[in-house]
Write a protein that binds this ligand. Structure first.
Ligand SMILES: Cc1cc2nc3c(=O)[nH]c(=O)nc-3n(C[C@H](O)[C@H](O)[C@H](O)COP(=O)(O)O)c2cc1C
Length: 184
């Protein structure tokens, strides 16, 4: 067999192998830049902002710890999101660490806006110290914004983590990861 034929065969095998392995994204998130353009298999969370008697949950993948003293974290929120508008008003949010069983919740809260849809029914929330936490979540944290920085079309909100609940049950289920959405 000539070298060209062998190379062609190799390329074909690689392409077929990739097509078999590459997961097909659910249609609802196929065009979501946070999912389709994700460079890393990051964990997912929910940001919940209260607004008077109401509240709005939104899915986030751009977040992280920013310091251990004071215990603080950052979230990066697109300026067009309803959550952004609410955060600028209230300066407070709850951060919920999603678990591997909550992929459908992440998609639901990440594909509709609180401006046009009422997402309250999607979460089983309870109040603690004025913040809304989620029942059974791996972790829920009460956060107060201390600083914000514009980054392109997003705003980086840096917040002190004031209190929280962590599920420390042995064998507790692991974090929801971006790659889990490929298997919904
Ligand atoms: C897996 C996933 C991750 C996302 N991560 C972010 C993020 O980190 N920052 C952001 O601004 N939007 C992110 N989004 C998009 C928002 O969740 C989405 O625009 C949502 O509809 C905004 O809701 P709101 O208008 O009620 O605030 C993500 C969506 C998905 C599905």
């Amino acid at each position: 067999m000539s070298r060209t034929l062998i190379s062609l065969l190799e390329v074909t095998i690689i392409l077929v192998w990739r097509a078999i392995l590459s997961p097909v994204l659910p249609e609802s998130i196929a065009n979501c830049p946070y999912v389709a353009g994700a460079l890393l298999d990051v964990p997912l969370g929910l940001v919940i902002v209260r607004s008077g008697e109401s509240f709005n949950p939104m899915t986030v993948s751009c977040f992280g710890e920013s310091a251990h003293y004071p215990t603080s974290m950052w979230i990066s929120i697109h300026r067009d999101n309803f959550t952004h508008e609410l955060l600028e008003k209230t300066k407070e949010f709850s951060f919920i660490t999603l678990d591997a069983r909550q992929g459908a919740l992440a998609v639901a809260c990440g594909t509709s806006s609180g401006r046009t849809a009422d997402k309250r029914g999607l979460v089983d929330g309870y109040e603690e110290g004025g913040y809304l936490f989620v029942r059974g979540a791996i972790a829920s944290a009460a956060c107060r914004i201390s600083n914000s920085v514009a980054v392109g079309d997003h705003t980086l909100f840096i917040a002190d983590m004031l209190s929280g609940n962590v599920d420390r049950q042995p064998g507790a289920i692991r974090n929801l990861l971006m790659s889990d959405l490929h298997r919904l």
